[in-house]
Design a protein around this ligand. Sequence first.
Ligand SMILES: [Zn+2]
Length: 284
Amino acid sequence: MKRDRISDGVYVFTSGLYAEVTATVIFTDEGAVLVDTLPFPQETRQIREFVNQRHMPVAYVVNSHSHADHIYGTYLFPESVVVAHYQCRRLMERYAETALHQAKEQTPQLADVQIRYPELLFNDAMTLRIGGKTVELNYSPGHSRDVITVHVVEDRLMIASDTVMPVPYIVGGDLDDLVLSLQAIKNKSLENLVQGHGEVLLRGEIEETLDANIGYLRTVDRLVRERIARGVPRTGILDITIEECGLSRIPLGGLVQKLHHANLLTLYDAYRSGIKTRRAAASQ
Ligand SMILES: [Zn+2]
């Protein structure tokens, strides 16, 4: 696990065990805010140790969305208030226990994990004021329907969760919503952006990364529709390369290539089945 100090009292932890998923600690005079946890308890316990050394309670744990890799460490903070979108709580109630049960069968290191449900819920936006910091939580659907971003206004810091990843991932989500959510981040003036997975982005790279991600989504959308119009079969869709869509296949130890293929197949199936029709406004 890697730890980076990105501004005064703000630390980003990046998993060495699973897909470079990130968790962020924000220290304030009135307690810490932890945005997301890491999936393996051994790593989240190290984060807890780090906070404990400063004799600082974790006042809030924010669950950015319900995916397992972000929420499985929440149970290690029983004293904290857990914050999330309403949809996150709903999705967890529906799926989390079964998914955890299956995950434990395959991955013994998860044996201790328990589902801890978020209790402070919101729909569109909510602001936490703690120790002189303004922490704005905003709904940011697309990667999944329950994602939120966390904007620490005084630090000009955006914790973007899986709205921003080395390759946008739309399986189980919605491409047009994700484009709109990426555009919403572009309007902020930021010093640092923490991605849900991978490197922290610095001021000079934020705009270009957001543009590249929006460009990727529009290009995969166009290329998949063109191939469907030409009658290309499902497997033929996989020859659309990630580079052709403007991104690199290198980040996350090559995992991005898998995510890219899953995106292509998901879009292909959605258009072929008529589940998805083109929403003109969002894809222009
Ligand atoms: Zn996710």
